[in-house]
Design a protein around this ligand. Structure first.
Ligand code: IMP
Length: 188
């Protein structure tokens, strides 16, 4: 293991265990990009919607891999808040910094982790009510199926994980740990 990363892990009491290294995430992202590439037409742009803030590292990696496959990938961002600390606040708030141009477009929502499914259900409903996209597909890096309350279809899933609170690679606990280049289990 990279000595800097070993140092981070050994000196932070909240990092219980590394779940996925950067290399594992990178390989999985390549596989996901192959699956996504097979399900969208190459001659049409994909509007990739990044669910801020958690999806940022995965989003940028995935968009690069799709671009390598020859797709035009257009960026859009949406801000959604539903968690406080390690507990869901139960409400999902959607904020856009500008109107999205997704009418008649092929849309890929990119999420870091799906837990209850409430965030994605609300976002998909919101996009379908406000706009007329040609197609909306959802890709998440992590999925916690045991916590699901809404049965929104997730088209592309990186890793299924058990019911653990995880941090790193975009995911936070009270805004900390997002920039870690790996995913770890959080210890209270
Ligand atoms: P859902 O609406 O319950 O599916 O929650 C999805 C959102 O909750 C994700 O976009 C994350 O921001 C957050 N979340 C869920 N589980 C975790 C976790 O284990 N670590 C960090 N954030 C999480």
């Amino acid at each position: 293991m990279n000595p800097d990363i070993k140092n981070i892990i050994e000196n932070d009491a909240h990092i219980q265990k590394v779940m996925f290294t950067y290399d594992q995430i990178n390989h999985k992202t390549i596989e996901l990009a192959c699956d996504i590439a097979r399900s969208f037409p190459i001659d049409k742009p994909i509007v990739a919607i990044c669910v801020l803030k958690g999806a940022v590292p995965f989003y940028s990696l995935l968009c690069q891999k799709l671009s390598e496959k020859g797709f035009q990938v257009d960026f859009e961002f949406v801000r959604i808040r539903s968690y406080i600390g390690t507990d869901s606040s139960g409400t999902v708030e959607i904020r856009l910094d500008r109107e999205m141009d997704i009418d008649d477009k092929n849309v890929l929502i990119v999420e870091d982790i799906v837990d209850t499914g409430a965030t994605l259900e609300k976002l998909k409903r919101f996009l379908n009510e406000k706009h007329s996209p040609n197609d909306i597909k959802i890709c998440t890096l992590l999925d916690k199926p045991s916590r699901r309350l809404k049965d929104t279809k997730i088209d592309f899933i990186g890793f299924e994980i058990p019911d653990e609170f995880v941090i790193g690679f975009g995911m936070d606990c009270d805004q900390k740990y997002r920039a870690l280049p790996f995913i770890a289990i959080y210890k209270q």
